[in-house]
Design a protein around this ligand. Structure first.
Ligand code: ADP
Ligand code: MG
Length: 296
C-alpha cells in the first residue's frame, strides 16, 4: 500500500465509531431489513445484515480502494440516494484491522468469505452462507498503536450513539444493538425508544421537526439534524432553533439529492445546501406558524 492511500484511509477509519458507522451504512445501502451490531470492544465488533449481499466474484472488489457499486459516473452523484459513494470504507478498514467479510448475494446459491489483514488477503473462498452480509472487524488498529492508544474511553458508547442515530433515521429497519432491539415503528416511536423522550411534532414540506420547548432535565439534551437520513452538523440551523427557544430537537430535512452536497469530507457529516437561505426561511416560517399564537 502506498502512503497516499494510507493517509486517505486514516481519514475514514478515524475512530471505531466512524468504522461502525460506515458498516451500518453499507447494510442500509444493501436494503437490509434487519441490522445487528455486536460490540465486543472498540477493537472487536461485527455488523450483520440480511441485505442483498455481495456476489462471490466481487468480494475482492469490495475491499479495493475507490471501488463502489453505487455510482458509475459523476452525474450519479446528483441522484444519489445511498449513504456510500466513495468506495473507500471497506478498503480503509481492511488496512487497519483483520477484516472478515462473509456474504451471499441473493441471486447466488453459495456464499463467500474474504479475509484481509493489514491490507493483505489471507483467505478468499466460497462458503455456505445463509444470506446477507456479515462484517467482522478484529483487532482494529493492530498496526497503528498510536491510533489505538488515542481511542476514547467512552468509545463504546460513541459507537452505540452513532448506530442509534442511524436507527432514528431508518425506522423502517429493525436494529439490534448489543442486547437492545428496535422493532419497525413510527418515527415518533423509534425516537422515543432510542432517546427515552417524547417530542412534539411539526411538519412542513421538506421539514419534519420533533421538538421540546422545555428541557426535561433528563439525561443529555437531544439536538440532532438529519439531511436525507444523514446525521449532519449545521451551525446556522442550530442557531435559528435556539433563537426560537427550541431546547431539544430532532430535525429531518428531505431534499432532492441534487440540492445538497455531502461530498465535502470523507466522513460525509458536512452538508452544503444549494440554497441555505431557503432552508432557513422555511424553518423560520414553520417555527413562527406553529409554536406561537399570532394575534389576528
Ligand atoms: P461505498 O459504500 O462507498 O460503495 P464501501 O467501501 O463502503 O464503499 O463498500 C464497497 C462496496 O462493497 C459497496 O459499493 C458494495 O457494493 C459492497 N458492500 C459493502 N458492504 C456491503 C453490505 N453490507 N451488503 C452488500 N454490499 C456491500
Ligand atoms: Mg460504504
Amino acid at each position: 500500500e502506498n502512503v497516499i492511500s494510507k493517509i486517505a484511509a486514516g481519514q475514514i477509519a478515524v475512530s471505531p465509531s466512524s468504522v461502525v458507522k460506515e458498516l451500518v451504512e453499507n447494510s442500509l445501502d444493501a436494503n437490509a431489513s434487519t441490522v445487528t451490531v455486536l460490540i465486543n470492544s472498540p477493537f472487536n465488533f461485527k455488523v450483520i445484515d440480511d441485505g442483498e449481499g455481495i456476489p462471490f466474484k466481487e468480494l475482492p472488489l469490495a475491499v479495493e480502494r475507490f471501488s463502489t457499486s453505487k455510482i458509475e459516473n459523476s452525474e450519479d452523484l446528483l441522484k444519489l440516494r445511498t449513504y456510500g459513494f466513495r468506495g473507500e470504507a471497506l478498503h480503509a478498514i481492511s488496512l487497519f484491522s483483520r477484516l472478515v467479510l462473509k456474504s451471499r448475494y441473493y441471486l447466488e446459491e453459495i456464499g463467500g468469505v474474504i479475509v484481509v489483514k493489514g491490507g493483505v488477503v489471507e483467505n478468499y473462498e466460497p462458503i455456505p452462507f445463509s444470506s446477507g452480509t456479515t462484517v467482522v472487524v478484529e483487532d482494529l488498529y493492530f498496526n497503528v498503536p498510536v491510533r489505538k492508544k488515542s481511542v476514547s474511553r467512552n468509545e463504546k458508547q460513541r459507537m452505540k450513539n452513532v448506530v442509534e442515530d442511524l436507527a432514528i433515521a431508518n425506522e423502517g429497519v429493525v436494529f439490534k444493538i448489543d442486547n437492545v432491539t428496535y422493532p419497525v415503528s413510527s418515527k415518533m416511536e423509534r425516537i422515543y425508544r432510542v432517546t427515552g423522550k417524547g417530542f412534539e411534532l411539526k411538519e412542513k414540506e421538506f421539514l419534519t421537526l420533533f421538538y421540546k420547548t422545555k428541557f426535561d432535565g433528563s439525561s443529555g439534551r437531544v439536538k440532532k439534524i438529519f439531511v436525507n437520513r444523514r446525521p449532519v452538523v449545521s451551525k446556522e440551523i442550530a442557531v435559528l432553533l435556539r433563537k426560537h427557544h427550541i431546547e431539544e430537537y430532532i430535525l429531518f430535512i428531505e431534499f432532492p439529492p441534487s440540492e445538497v452536497d455531502f461530498n465535502i469530507s470523507p466522513l460525509k457529516d458536512k452538508v452544503v445546501f444549494k440554497d441555505l437561505s431557503n432552508v432557513l426561511r422555511n424553518l423560520e416560517s414553520l417555527l413562527n406558524k406553529n409554536l406561537y399564537f399570532l394575534p389576528q
